[in-house]
Design a protein around this ligand. Sequence first.
Ligand code: ADP
Length: 471
Amino acid sequence: MRIIFAAAEVAPYAKVGGLADVAGSLPQALAGLGHEVTVYLPAHRIIDAAKFAIPEKAETRSIPYGASTARAGYPAILRDGVRTIFVRSARIGRDKVYGYPDDAKRYALFCRAVLADLVDRPPDVVHAHDWHAALLVPMVDRAKQLRGSGTAFTIHNLAYQGRTSASVLRLAGLPRSRLPVEARDECNPMARAIASADIVSTVSERYAEEILTPEFGEGLEGLLAQRRADLWGITNGIDTKVFDPAHDPQIAASYDADDQTGKDVCKAALQKETGLQVDALAPLFGVIGRLVEQKGVDLLTAVAPKVLAAGGQLVVLGTGDPAYEAKWRGLAGKQKGRLALTLGFDAALAQRIYAGADLFLMPSRFEPCGLGQLISLRYGTIPVVRAVGGLADTVRDLDTDPRRGNGFSFATYDPAAFADAVERATRRFHLGGHQWTQLRARAMREDHSWTSSAMRYVDLYRAASKARRAA
Ligand code: ADP
């Protein structure tokens, strides 16, 4: 099949969160299965063109944009069997991927630019990701030349819908007709993609069920219920070549499930690097993620003092909401040598934390899939998570399921419940010995590669093509 991906962020070129991991590794897995995949992303200014040998010269097109036109270039590279096209336009490319008042317009233009590049050679399937690429779905639906192309839309996070003024529809070349979930003069790109895609999917089975409820549906539960027959849940994989403790150039020593000695070296190196006391016997907890309400920062900052008082250490890497940054800064100021805080985005440090920590904390309010826990498992770092969304699908509590457990989990979003899970995990760590080594080995041996999920996406694409033909 010829498959098109459109996404705002794609690793390793531009990454904010898990969307980049998926858009940067699922295409390779699909190419490995023999499919032809082209990935479109905006040519953000943060992308290192020299490092990735992105050509300066490229084909350009004039893109209709409202009553006027905009020019876009299409420099392309081939990497690991996947063609990646960086849509270059002065109106789209900025220093950051998101966070500008005109994001909705920028991404509407991105969608139009992708569309313009597809019409000459219609693909079998167009797969759009999250609200930034969402308007591409109704655009493909309306394009006569693309009548044979199926559409798939993946929700990576329903909390971000891209709601904006309906005036963006004119720029996008879409009719003004309103969806029932849209307010007057509003355009909800994510809702429009959900309404018009041949197949809608999300990134874990549990989240696919949760979003049908008012608690997790973010106001779109009714619309999603109408699409229930076409709603799929496919758990994300991770790039097991990048995240591999046996061959990771970023970490102090290599290790695997059979020989874990290198993990102790990684722990000591991480403690040293981040200014923590070098202490093999102190349980070292890692936290990596966007500092936003979704990630349970309230629970983390509430329970952190207890963890430290009990002799634990915390290494925190994140960026986001200034209020949460201040909260962590306040705690770190009082806990030198026990709490190491890095406010920023640092992929290499993240890998050293995944490798060097003993345990990984992820008490999310909601979690579509979550990659942090999967990467932790791969590095033998035992996750402590709230049993919600993809975290519930991938982490099994050791005390509930001693034979298959790979971590610790709790149900209620509440500091006491989280503290209890952390205490249980800490006790196991201190028991140590063969049981702890076995637990780590079990975690490391789990298969979280894309292999099986990529095959499910192929089924999804077939279903999308079939639905399109039937229509
Ligand atoms: P989300 O997509 O909601 O941000 P996920 O758990 O799905 O959360 O994916 C987050 C990804 O981004 C993981 O690969 C994680 O390691 C990475 N990440 C998040 N914050 C940072 C940071 N500050 N520095 C480096 N990597 C980060």
